[in-house]
Design a protein around this ligand. Sequence first.
Ligand SMILES: [Zn+2]
Length: 501
Amino acid sequence: MGVRTTRLIAFVVLTLVIAAFVIIFSKRSALAANQADGVYVAYMPIVPVRPEQKTGDLVITHMGLYQSVQNQYNDVTLVARKPALLRVFVNSVNPGGTSHTSSVTVDAYRDGQFVGSIISEPKPVPTLAIAGDIESTFNFNLPDDWLKGKITLIARIDGFDEIGEENENNNALESKFVFRDVPALDLTIVPIIYKDTVTGLTFQAAGHDPISQWLLSAFPISHINVTIHDQVTFTGDLRRGEEWERLLVELTNIWAREIGPESGHIYYGLVPNSNPNGGSWFTGGTSGLGWIGQRVSVGVDFGEGAATAAGHEIGHNFGRRHAPCGNPAGVDPHFPYPDGSIGVYGIDTSEETLLSPKTTHDMMSYCGPEWVSDYTYEGLLVDQSLRGKQSAANITGDGLLVTADLEAGEIVSYVTTVINQPFYDAGKKRSNFEIQLIGQNDVILGTYPAELYRAEELGVVADMLIAYIPMPVAREKISGMQFLNDGVSFTGILSLDKNQD
Ligand SMILES: [Zn+2]
């Protein structure tokens, strides 16, 4: 085939293609013209198709960012690296019977730089998105790398402008969020072997972790370092409140020796409630006990209920008092909501469940179902921010740790242990109690602060004194010690060497 012939064929083919295109295009125009009642409309392929009919308006009214609990102003502090659910509230205003289906796009920026974008599945836009209906909002689990520092989010409905609206200028909303770094929680679970003196049964410790998942969801923390401790045996009758006190004091002695008093590291004693024969011992009453403001607590392993029981006691360890529902003693007078409500909406992001303030109670109350109020959440956050990193020593060298079980102002037992442990801030006076080191001929060798620990649950009030005595002189020159209350001895001189129970 010659060159001329090839060019001729190419020309003919090109002409046919153009002719075909013109015919098809004119037919499409004719169809479009017919639909628009004779008005000629040429649709270009890349121009968005927007119906002439404008029905109503899609408006983004609000973005709410939930980690455990959130109010309508997004005032609740956000915790870095903790899973977060973004709820975008979009209303379809004056839809005139038309249901608009659309999707929401969220773009993230940090320091003016584009970080990423996420888009929802399309779904019908409600006439009114409300906090109390999780299905009424467009919901997003934010990517991990968005959950730190400062981030600006821009949410947009109908981003491809496919829906004709009366106002196209209210389809986007910008919100800024700040995430705060909170120290990881150190949690040691101590499995208790419970020898029940009433039934004679032994309840074996399970050595598992039924609680940290719930703590991660409800507490203002993003990470928990969990350790399972060696088993500890307790023989007694935990149907009685004072026996819970004895168990808590025993566990506190272990914590003080191993970790050092005042530490931010939690020790939680888990008491089993079932044995292989199907027996259980718990029938009601005290189910746990935890110091208010010191990080040791104990509670029953109820299976599913173990986590919320632990949340309550560990809440005490974080300094929280009771919320007013179920008639607990020692109610926090500043708790802001009646009936121990969580006050604002909560979300458990692990299950994407919405928790209503109408039906959900703060975990520091005695009512269920329980979750965390914004008030408790902020309190927990302050405590963890202060104490979560608190393990550093300011005293080294041998000293004497003295712990004493206090009942009705009298010491019923005490334990002395030589420790060489970090001991936080031992010089700071926090209570009216002190401990005095006595030398030969009743010479006072030194006076040191003693801390008062208190726990309060249904049927039990527990008090304990804990003190650290640095050893300023040789042991043989010391004849004893005594506890003081407001500067007055109330114990007489106690032996230093003898451990008493
Ligand atoms: Zn309590």
